[in-house]
Design a protein around this ligand. Sequence first.
Ligand code: SF4
Length: 120
Amino acid sequence: MKRTMTCIECPQGCRLEVEADGSRVISVSGNKCKRGEAYGRQETEAPMRTLTTCVLTKGLELKMLPVRTSRPIPKERLFEAMWAVKRLLVTSPMKEGSVVAANFLGLGVDLVACRPLERQ
Ligand code: SF4
């Protein structure tokens, strides 16, 4: 099976053609560098995404705190991650980059604050 995708590793946006047998990549073409090949393989075999969302707060200056995962997580775990985020509540002030949830979902990544948050 052939699949086309755009490499998002740099602004050149090379159009990649990935030939795969199921989720096993046979070849990647159209890339101008090795990062493109790695991207095509990763995106086909085990796609990853950085989760960016908001967590509910209580008694702080904002009702919602913007957060993101410290590194990309498997795309297939995003819905589970969103359900886990829904159950979180931030009640203390935070600095930008503070850990809101360590080892999020046991994936070895943290959920971190994207901005500082003060008391009301
Ligand atoms: S293949 Fe290389 S040059 Fe092309 S978009 Fe990806 S990173 Fe950029």
